[in-house]
Design a protein around this ligand. Structure first.
Ligand SMILES: [Fe+2]
Ligand SMILES: [Fe+2]
Length: 443
């Protein structure tokens, strides 16, 4: 677990744990009790100004991790370990004393947060085989052997894969794993594994086969968003296309969850479509913005980060059907983006950025960019903590602002430029020419 110096509120992928990290500076050493004997003729030492000691609780707080865990509050190990070692007797009963502060034990985990951990997070945790194959494709030198290796890694999907091969080839003898991958094609083999494993993880069901030995649900039917992203980036040989595919898969997983859990399927699928369309435009814009930024270090993730920046909205809609109504009403009021974001957190106990950041941790592929998703509405919080992440979060913020009120711009004095570069990215240096160029090339 890492400390986030920006806000001090950090989260870990350990279920049910929100952690507040207090400054962990060591407490100042007490002055020596007795002055050293004074040498003859030496000047008397200057009078010590009495420094008032901070109360014990305050000192302890400066060294303590306070772990807010489900649903009560308890004090983390650092201070308790010291107390056990008998090093700080003044800290006795610190846990009871802190928990005794009025209102302190009323910190409760929001309901939607619990629902996220119990229902969505396990399904968004990328299984090993899917993770391995997505990682393999993120490498430019992905080989047939690597893909075949994934099949050998998991015999269950290996056998399903060969069953599928048997239905498409006429020969009686089955090929080797490498031969089977060649026969189906590298991308189709990846799609098969991702689609089948997604079905199993989300629904718990085994794939169904027709009497003729064909799959009832073709894997490509399950990964429409990932395939759409691949189609958009076809011919683009940049390093971001595979992380972009993985970002599309995130939408596909949530779509499958929604289709299996949400009552009003028409409404939820329309909402997912709305978020996906907005995010895809933001991703195209982000990709173009990054091209004009030579010192940008997250090029590999820019498309993916923009694509999944609002994935938490889909999660909120799946967990709480009233979320659509909330979005509609807030939209009608024409409130500024930052106020809408604040209101969402107040209304639901969590906001979509926090859920999105958490999902990145479970999904593993996007763990390196979780903070950019978490702070895509407040990128300034990352400014001093992490320059690269600040740039990525700012770029996502700018791209989503542009996607929300998109238009092609050809003049540097167009007022929309000021509107897009809102106060939240005031410290992010980007030339207007880069923004103008992005509007020309993104669509
Ligand atoms: Fe957002
Ligand atoms: Fe957005």
């Amino acid at each position: 677990m890492k400390q986030n110096s920006a806000s001090h509120l950090v989260f870990s992928s350990e279920p049910f744990t929100l952690i507040y990290m207090a400054d962990e500076k060591p407490a100042p050493k007490p002055p020596p009790k007795q002055a050293a004997p004074q040498a003859a003729g030496a000047k008397p030492p200057p009078k010590q100004v009495a420094v008032q000691q901070k109360p014990a609780v305050q000192q302890a707080a400066a060294q303590t991790r306070v772990t807010l865990s489900k649903p009560k509050v308890k004090i983390g190990g650092g201070i308790l370990a010291q107390m056990k070692a008998g090093k700080e007797s003044s800290l006795e009963n610190i846990e009871e004393r802190v928990a005794g502060i009025e209102g302190f034990d009323e910190v409760k985990m929001p309901e939607l947060f619990k629902t996220f951990y119990s229902t969505l997070a396990p399904k968004m945790t990328l299984p090993r085989t899917s993770y391995t194959i997505l990682k393999a494709f993120a490498n430019i030198d992905v080989t047939t052997e690597k893909v075949a290796g994934c099949l050998k890694l998991n015999q269950y999907y290996g056998s399903q894969f060969f069953k599928n091969i048997a239905s498409v080839q006429k020969r009686e003898e089955l090929p080797t794993a490498e031969g089977a991958v060649l026969l189906l094609g590298m991308q189709n083999s990846r799609n098969f594994i991702i689609g089948m494993q997604m079905l199993r993880t989300v629904t718990g069901a085994h794939p169904e086969w027709t009497k003729e030995g064909k799959l009832k649900t073709a894997p490509n039917e399950l990964i429409k968003c990932a395939l759409k992203v691949e189609e958009v980036l076809a011919g683009d040989k940049s390093s971001y296309s595979d992380t972009a595919y993985a970002a599309g898969v995130m939408f596909d997983i949530l779509t499958l969850i929604a289709m299996n859990t949400v009552e009003d399927k028409k409404k939820i699928s329309a909402y997912i479509d709305t978020v996906f369309t907005h995010s895809l435009l933001a991703a195209k814009i982000g990709k173009e913005l990054a091209r004009n930024m030579p010192d940008f270090s997250f090029t590999k993730y820019i498309f993916a980060a923009c694509l999944i920046h609002d994935i938490g909205k889909v999660m909120l809609a799946i967990m709480n059907p009233q979320y659509y109504q909330y979005v509609e009403e807030v939209g009608k009021k024409g409130l500024p983006r930052i106020i809408r974001h604040y209101a969402e957190g107040k209304q639901y106990g969590v906001n979509h950025a926090l859920l999105g950041g958490l999902a990145c941790n479970f999904y593993k592929i996007f763990k390196p960019i979780d903070k950019a998703i978490l702070y895509h509405h407040e990128p300034y919080l990352l400014r001093t903590a992490n320059k690269g992440m600040f740039q990525l979060a700012s770029m996502v913020c700018l791209a989503t602002n542009m996607a929300t009120s998109f238009k092609k711009v050809d003049r540097g004095d167009d007022p929309v430029l000021l509107q897009w570069k809102g106060p939240e990215i005031r410290d992010f240096r980007i030339d207007n020419r880069a923004i103008i160029s992005a509007t020309q090339k993104a669509v």
